[in-house]
Design a protein around this ligand. Structure first.
Ligand code: 26Q
Length: 822
């Protein structure tokens, strides 16, 4: 009998080919003769989407009719990266799709490269949210991610004359096949105005908020597939639109133009992602964004809850809301408002529900990154929330007074309102008071939260604190990005490690197998050749895949110390210039990363890297022994290329500054060795892979604190280290700036006269560790062993492990398997 498969669901190569042409015609409105590459990509994406909808709809239907506890992950950022291949891998359809495309006479990679990645995040925090969504689905945990559908994500970076130039990220311009708008679930959000009290029909005192304007939130849903399970969770992102009633008055007085202008104004709320990480300015629009998506999300959860529950009495038993840093912390006050004002709960009941619903993750140790909002801005935009926060604070401080009867200083330290100068709302304090759980993102970070940043809260509520070391998804960061290595691993130990990363441990035995080590290094060489080809194509620079690939990719920030890396490069440069026959291990230094547009020093560091690259790469004496590459526009897509190709991973932040890091994990999982400080998760990575397989350098957190306490004098290091002096002097003379001694003066002066991140104190130790790296690389056999052991011992750093820890210790949620009817 002839079996004809449905175009929308069939999995044979023939059907996929037919479906592709069908979608090209009926969705894109094109025939192959006139279709662009992007048309073909869109048709391909819809063909994949057709094949995942069954799981998504089954999952959502199951959640709707089952009383399961749901995780709600609130995050201002989700840095997803491209969907297409990830979804194919999850569905186990990669091979048939690739074949179908190729048999259609198309270039698979070319179509895949058409996808614009949704860059709806700055860096680590946003990417963590994306890895956690992947693990939640793979572990079959009922979950929903809530955030903002920024029309423009993180800017695209171009390098002009060595400087960063920002370009608007128009990721939606050709349409987004992975999202579905759900205007029927729109929510209204109020802003501004005033509050008034009244007595309701039962003569109970109540407050009503009379807003100055309202904004409509339209949800856009993206399915998040679990790996080879039926679960497909939802990422729901809100877009701001003008509400109907909004410009009523203006219309009534015939001010049509004014009405339209106001309409545009409120649509700016979801226009653009703020491109700052770790250094924040108190911009009103940012607070509007935060309240906008949090209010939409909480109202949406209440809507869903009341679909299957009689009341909100059990809200906290059915939902755990995770606050991804303080960006959504206003949720504490908003849930109180929704319960008190819109659902008529009394304070104590509302507070009991609220404080048993929220949990808060802190991601930073930098004091300047702790969010606080000037009271006047806050009160003008959210008058009712300010009242509620005062009421929360009043009761909280009563509790503090009982705990510390004779200590008024505790009140000022702990208060949600900072009254030391200009008044502020401290968002971390609101999050701590309003949450039942507080966690850091690496063991060291959590200890520093307890002893330092949140010390007073730890003293008051020790039971709320726990550590949840970050993790990354092995699906994207191994299987997808490094298929060569993944196949090699599967050949030896099967594929269980993809879901059970601890199974990588079985590779340990093969580290002793000389043949396997050889093969392992050969694979690495091939991956490095791929990157070399890419660099050749993009930058027209030739790099040698036999050289040591030394990679630092991450946001550009002084605390991450890209400029310490530069000091080492210039040191090597000086050594070769002084001794042209020096036998150095050939190295390619690869940098990537964006600087916040308003962060002068970070932008100057980019210029410095490019200026040093210009000199080093073109000096005949160097003769290609060292190459310096700055790859523009570092993003998830480029990360997928670069982690697999690295030999050495640079994790060189000042101890006590990097909360965790997650790039460190991606490198090590791809067989790179780490040169790093005892900071963030580096500490745990080193413990896991073994100290002998990790290049440690630098001060410890305790030493950093001790030196600071005794006044740090960076000049002493300059005066007592010839090589360091030569490096800083060379930069100062204008050697890398066409003779201009002023260009890099802000960097050199900062190092000599203040050096807040202690580069000079760590310089000698870093350069010596880099020498050890260079030596070690010459013994390829030994290097191969260390590389295999790194991968074999990294199981802990799967985001699956992180999510299981959150589920067991914080959310108390269990997997719920999804049935998909035939
Ligand atoms: C806040 C208010 C206004 C404007 C911007 C912001 C803002 C935005 C993004 C503040 C901070 C961020 C991002 C922080 C971040 O990415 N932190 C990183 O989180 C990772 C995941 O836990 C850690 O691994 C990194 O160590 C930490 O730096």
């Amino acid at each position: 009998p002839i079996i004809i498969e449905d175009d929308r669901t069939g999995l044979s190569i023939e059907t996929i080919r037919r479906a592709l042409l069908d979608n090209l015609y009926y969705v894109q409105g094109k025939t192959p003769q006139t279709a662009t590459k992007n048309d073909f990509y869109m048709a391909l994406a819809y063909t994949v989407r057709d094949r995942l909808l069954k799981r998504w709809l089954s999952t959502q239907l199951t959640y709707r009719k089952t009383p399961v506890k749901t995780v709600s992950y609130l995050s201002a950022e989700f840095l997803l990266g491209p969907h297409l291949i990830n979804n194919l891998i999850s569905l186990n359809l990669y091979d048939p799709f690739k074949k179908a495309i190729e048999e259609s006479g198309l270039n698979f990679q070319e179509l895949v490269d058409q996808e614009e990645e949704p860059g709806l995040g700055n860096g680590g925090l946003g990417r963590l949210a994306a890895c956690y969504m992947d693990s939640l689905a793979t572990l079959e945990i009922p979950a929903i991610g809530y955030g903002i559908r920024y029309e423009f994500g993180i800017f695209d970076q171009e390098i002009k004359d060595g400087w960063q130039v920002e370009i608007t990220d128009k990721w939606l311009q050709y349409g987004n096949p992975w999202e579905i708008a759900r205007p029927e679930f729109a929510q209204l959000v109020k802003f501004g105005g005033y509050t008034e009290s009244y007595y309701d029909q039962d003569h109970i005192y109540r407050v009503r908020w009379v807003p100055r304007y309202t904004v409509n939130g339209i949800p856009y849903d993206t399915p998040i597939l679990g790996y080879r399970v039926n679960t497909a969770n939802t990422l729901r992102l809100w877009k701001a639109e003008a509400s109907e009633s909004f410009n009523f008055e203006r219309f009534n007085v015939g001010d049509y133009y004014g009405a339209v202008r106001d309409k545009v104004a409120c649509e700016t709320i979801s226009k653009v992602l703020y491109p700052n990480d770790e250094q924040i300015q108190g911009k009103e629009l940012r607070l509007e964004q935060q309240f906008f998506f949090v209010s939409c999300s909480l109202q949406d959860m209440i809507r869903i809850h009341l679909n299957k529950n009689a009341s909100l009495d059990n809200f906290h038993e059915m939902w755990s809301i995770q606050l991804n840093d303080t960006h959504p912390a206003i949720g504490v006050a908003e849930l109180m408002r929704l319960l008190l004002d819109e659902n008529n709960y009394d304070w104590d009941t509302a507070w009991n529900i609220t404080k048993n619903t929220f949990a808060y993750t802190n991601h930073t140790l930098l004091p300047e990154a702790l969010e606080k909002w000037p009271l006047n801005i806050f009160g003008r935009m959210l008058p009712r929330h300010l009242e509620i926060i005062y009421a929360i604070n009043h009761r909280f401080l009563d509790e503090v007074r009982i705990h510390y009867p004779n200590d008024v200083s505790k009140l000022a330290c702990l208060s949600i309102i900072d009254e030391t100068g200009e008044k502020y709302v401290r968002m971390a304090h609101l999050a701590c008071v309003g949450s039942f759980a507080i966690n850091g993102v690496a063991a060291l970070h959590t200890e520093l939260l307890k002893s330092d940043v949140l010390r007073d809260f730890y003293e008051l509520y020790p039971e709320k604190f726990s550590n949840k070391t970050n993790g990354v998804t092995p699906r994207r960061w191994m299987v997808l990005s490094n298929p060569r290595m993944s196949f090699t691993i599967c050949e030896k130990i099967g594929d269980s490690w993809i879901k059970n990363l601890d199974d990588l441990r079985q590779l340990e035995g093969y580290a002793e197998d000389g043949g396997f080590r050889n093969y392992w290094q050969q694979i690495k060489k091939e991956v490095k050749q791929d990157l070399a080809n890419y660099i050749q194509a993009k930058l027209d620079i030739k790099v040698d895949p036999h050289s040591l690939f030394d990679v630092q990719v991450k946001r550009i920030h002084e605390y991450k110390r890209q400029h310490l890396n530069v000091l080492n490069i210039v040191t090597l440069y000086n050594r070769i210039k002084n001794n042209p026959n020096l036998d150095v291990t050939p190295r390619t230094f690869i940098f990537g990363g964006k600087a916040a547009p308003g962060y002068f020093m970070a932008k100057l560091i980019i210029k410095l890297i490019n200026s040093v690259a210009d000199v080093v790469n073109n000096d005949p004496v160097i003769c290609d022994r060292i190459k310096v590459i700055f790859l523009p526009d570092y993003n998830v897509t480029f990360g997928q290329r670069v982690y697999p190709a690295a030999d050495i991973s640079e994790q060189i932040s000042t101890a006590g500054k990097e909360a965790s890091g997650t790039g460190n994990m991606k490198f090590s999982l791809n067989g790179a060795l780490t040169i790093g400080t005892l900071d963030g998760a580096n500490v745990e990575i080193r413990e896991s892979v073994g100290a002998e397989n990790f290049f440690l350098f630098g001060l410890t957190t305790e030493e950093v604190y001790a030196i600071r306490a005794n006044r740090y004098t960076p000049r002493d290091y300059y005066n007592s280290d010839e090589e360091l002096k030569a490096v800083l002097d060379l930069i100062s003379t204008g050697f890398f700036s066409h003779g201009d001694p002023n260009l890099f003066r802000p960097i050199v002066d900062n190092l000599l006269y203040s050096d807040p991140y202690m580069l000079l104190a760590d310089y000698r130790s870093y350069v010596d560790a880099q020498d050890a790296v260079g030596c070690a690389y010459r013994d390829q056999d030994h290097w191969g062993r260390m590389s295999i052991l790194n991968v074999a011992r990294m199981g802990k750093f799967s985001s699956d492990r992180s999510i299981k820890d959150y589920c067991n210790d914080i959310w108390k949620t269990k997997p719920f398997a999804i049935d998909v009817p035939e």
